[in-house]
Design a protein around this ligand. Structure first.
Ligand SMILES: Cc1ncc(COP(=O)(O)O)c(C=O)c1O
Length: 402
């Protein structure tokens, strides 16, 4: 082991750092971009709708039109909900669990859900809650590994659905190609009519560098005669305020009916005041795109800083994703040392998402995948954190024999 690396690590450790790069959160300067929302005067009526009262369970018509433009989905197929798309996803899954389209998932012996990996720990948590056995499928540059997907579908019974983060996937940043999404539909529609593909489009408008074109999920599902199985969600959590924006869901036919049914038992109506506030703030989709350019200008330098430091060590230690949007970088170590790297970082005062968190059941079979979230901390702390990270990678790599 080179003394130089250990000395450098010990020097960083001696600084008594306390830096958290575990979660993909906007930094306060990004939140400031939407401060106008904090002090807006809201008229109590929109047309003849009294915003202060119950009503409009699917959301204000104007907020649904905004969602329709964002998701390129007919307005009648849009629900504009509360502040969390994860909540809409959960409600949707629960509606299938309790009621189902043909058969409720709770009545199946061993319902299964396909999860592209690496993926989002909170998705895995929902599937675990609902007793859905998770089957991993690898992600490739253009999206899901279709050959592996087909193989799984050939082998397994009772697979009820699949999750996808089709744009700037969390955490490795893939943007699925149109062909990949068409192939997913082709494989899954022929598996079963009831199969659902839940597209979590959390990073739909979150490009910070030029990004491959992608058609809307609705358009691709329509082309594939798969509208009955595609559901798409997104939110303003990383557009305006984390946990304080709006959420949107687009679905057709039975899926739309199921989500309406379960929501009718849970919420009488969404927060129309917040919807109106957002409508006043963003007059239309173009205003959202302009707003997101300001986010991009704040986020891009953070990623560039992280890339430059990660690049400073040899790719013999590992490789990393260079996303063009979203909130994460994924580092893949050459040796099975992810757990050790995260431990060393913690020892030096840098918190990283636990190793394994990006895999179902927290089990990264190769123990080599680490998620880095560079946005929340300031530039100075980010430099220190990534420096600690690369030192930890080198130490763990050199210690590990195979
Ligand atoms: C893929 C993905 N989906 C959903 C969410 C949460 O979205 P919301 O705040 O709308 O529930 C996140 C947040 O990190 C995410 O990365």
């Amino acid at each position: 082991m080179s003394d130089h690396i250990l000395n450098h690590f010990n020097k960083l450790k001696a600084k008594g750092l306390n830096i958290d790069i575990t979660r993909g959160k906007p930094e306060s300067k990004q939140l400031d971009l939407s401060n106008e929302l904090l002090s807006m005067d809201i008229e109590p009526y929109l047309g003849d709708v009294d915003l202060r009262n119950y009503g409009e369970p699917l959301g204000l018509k104007e907020a649904r039109i905004l969602g329709s433009n964002l998701l390129n989905t007919p307005v009648d197929n849009i629900i504009t909900g509360e502040q969390s798309s994860l909540l809409l996803s959960y409600q949707f899954l629960l509606s299938h669990y309790l009621f189902g389209s043909k058969i409720a998932w709770k009545d199946l012996d061993n319902p299964k859900f396909i999860c592209p990996v690496p993926g989002f720990d909170r998705h895995f948590r929902m599937f675990e809650d609902l007793g859905l056995e998770m089957i991993s499928v690898p992600l490739l540059d253009q999206g899901v590994d279709i050959q592996s997907l087909r193989k799984i579908l050939n082998q397994e019974k009772d697979i009820v659905g699949m999750i996808c983060v089709p744009r700037h996937s969390n955490p490795s940043g893939e943007v699925y190609s149109d062909q990949n999404i068409l192939d997913i539909f082709e494989a899954t529609t022929s598996y079963s009519d009831d199969f659902v593909v839940l597209f979590d489009n959390a990073y739909l408008v979150h490009d910070f560098l030029p990004t491959n074109e992608q058609s809307s999920i609705w358009e691709l599902a329509n082309k594939s005669n798969a509208l009955h199985q595609a559901v798409c969600v997104t939110s303003f959590s990383k557009v305006t305020f984390g946990g304080g924006g709006l959420s949107f869901l687009g679905a057709a036919e039975k899926n739309l009916e199921l989500i309406k049914r379960i929501r009718a038992s849970m919420v009488i109506c969404p927060d129309k005041i917040n919807q109106k506030r957002h409508l006043d703030f963003f007059k239309d989709k173009d205003a959202i795109i302009r707003h997101m350019k300001k986010h991009a200008d704040l986020v891009r330098p953070k990623f560039e800083t992280a890339y430059a430091i990660l690049e400073s060590i040899s790719s013999d230690y590992g490789t990393f994703s260079k996303p063009t949007g979203g909130y994460f970088i994924t580092y893949v170590t050459k040796k099975p040392i992810a757990t050790k790297v995260v431990e060393l970082c913690k020892e030096a005062g840098v918190l990283i998402t636990p190793a394994g968190a990006t895999f179902p059941y927290g089990d990264d079979p190769l123990n080599n995948t680490i998620r880095i979230a560079p946005t929340f901390v300031n530039e100075e702390d980010l430099k220190l954190a990534i420096d600690v990270f690369i030192s930890s990678v080198q130490i763990a790599h050199n210690e590990q024999l195979v």
